[in-house]
Design a protein around this ligand. Structure first.
Ligand code: AMO
Length: 434
């Protein structure tokens, strides 16, 4: 049996002969005694004191099991418990050139990511990530959505051709999926409200702190919904996830020094602004210049830049929905407002404190002719989307959905600048190894 440090640190075990399995996190040798910090397989720490004669060959990251009596000592780190050990059993002695130490360059930590994920910081991030996924799944299950899966090797783009990863599929060209949205749209006809968690791929050429080339995409789609319904789903889902993780992962947040008081307040309704009002607001901002050469200010019809998203939410503690984008800056599937030509029924959600977009969603164009026209305008090859157009030919219904980037959500929740720090093995323009 494997009892971890969190379980052992309990008065019931005081005076009992116990053992702990793990890796040597730190060694502090004194003449007679050696202090070992053992890191267990969930990142918990236990101090063990053992006769120095038994620790001669021990190195950082050696894997061991340590046996001894549990005792209380207020000087012991993280809870004041320690093991007065009398025996060490060794699984493997680590080579003494372990490359990860206390002060490391970011590049080295990424080059050696397979080892760096053992750092306690990364362990805490990974535990919170697991809870984000758990509570997301739980919200969907509790609210009567069906989980589905969709293919990742596909024939067409969803979010525009410029970020497609092309692959060879036997003798054909194919692409890695940017979003499973079109497949979820197909599945609502047989399953109603559906959702999935799938990796999405974007050949992002820019190096930014919020773009990955492979990210985990939570997507949802439902028939007979309004934009208002979709906004409410997102408010409820995100508030539920945050409310629960701040309770279930208190220790991890504490370790990461993330102040959770602002997260605890996240609850529906979120703030809202129309795209049009957002542009007006940004035009009054000196800092928002779309084209550096001509010093052109942002105007109606421009997409929101990272800077503009940051400014819109800089001093707010609530997420902000930006509602009603012009169709020309949204993909072909976005439904047009009937009363206002050129306006898309779509909303993006921006995280507070300048963290920028975390979800995107809206109603889908359900009119066959309009959709076909939009596809021609975007230069999409009809033969790759004929199956999708069948959804409009056979029993089309009003419907909509949204996509949420898990790493984008984590970046805000953890107050981490660089998106690479929210997952174990990030994929970016320059990084595909390890
Ligand atoms: P969009 O392209 O806006 O919309 O993506 C949805 C959400 O996915 C996340 N995201 C990313 N995260 C990390 N790195 C990237 N390169 C990246 N690109 C996107 C963001 C974003 O809000 N099908 C539509 C959604 C819909 O309408 O249902 C879509 O994919 O959090």
């Amino acid at each position: 049996m494997n009892i971890r440090s969190a379980e052992l640190k309990h008065d019931d075990y005081i005076g009992k002969y116990v053992s702990i399995k793990g890796w040597i996190h730190r060694i502090r040798k004194q003449k007679e005694n050696t202090f070992l910090l053992i890191r267990d397989d969930r990142g918990g720490i236990m101090q063990c004191i053992i006769d120095s004669s038994k620790t001669n060959n021990l190195t950082i990251e050696s894997s061991v099991e340590i046996f001894g009596i549990l005792q209380k000592d207020t000087r012991a780190p993280e809870g004041g418990y320690e093991i007065k050990a009398d025996e060490i059993s060794i699984f493997s002695i680590s080579k003494n050139d372990y490359p990860i130490g206390e002060y490391q360059s970011l590049d080295l930590l990424l080059d050696k990511r397979h080892l760096a994920i053992r750092t306690r910081r990364m362990i805490m991030v990974s535990k919170i990530r697991s809870s984000v996924l758990y509570f997301s799944r739980k919200w969907f299950i509790d609210n009567d959505w069906i989980e589905v899966t969709a293919p990742i090797i596909v024939k067409g783009s969803v979010e525009g051709g410029s970020t497609l990863f092309k692959i060879k599929y036997f003798d054909e060209d194919a692409y890695l999926s940017q979003s499973v949205q079109l497949y979820l749209e197909a599945m609502i006809f047989s399953l109603g409200r559906v959702w999935s968690i799938t990796p999405s791929f974007r050949a992002e050429k820019s190096r930014t702190v919020r773009h990955l080339t492979e990210f985990l995409h939570l997507e949802a789609e439902a028939p007979w919904v309004s934009l208002e319904d979709l906004i409410k789903f997102q408010e409820e889902l995100i508030s539920y996830v945050i409310q629960n993780i701040v309770k279930s992962n208190k220790q991890e947040f504490e370790f990461l020094k993330r102040n959770i008081s602002e997260l605890e307040k996240i609850s529906p309704p979120f703030d809202r602004i129309t795209y049009e009002k957002a542009i007006d607001k940004l035009r009054n901002e000196e800092l928002i210049i779309v084209d550096k050469d001509s010093s052109r200010k942002i105007e109606y019809g421009d997409d929101l830049t990272i800077d503009s998203e940051r400014i819109l939410t800089l001093n707010s503690s609530k997420p902000l929905f930006v509602i009603g984008y012009p169709l020309k800056i949204k993909p072909f599937y976005v439904k047009e407002e009937i009363s206002k030509e050129g306006l898309g029924i779509a909303a993006d959600l921006l995280a507070p404190n300048g963290f920028g977009e975390i979800t995107s969603g809206g109603l889908r164009e359900d009119d066959l002719q309009k959709l076909e026209k939009r596809m021609v305008l975007e230069g999409l090859q009809k033969s790759n989307y004929d199956w999708y157009l069948d959804l409009r030919r056979y029993g089309s219904v009003p419907h909509g959905g949204f996509g949420l980037g898990i790493e984008r959500l984590m970046r805000w929740i953890l107050n981490i600048t660089d998106i690479k720090d929210t997952l174990p093995f990030p994929r970016t323009l320059r990084r595909i190894y390890p």
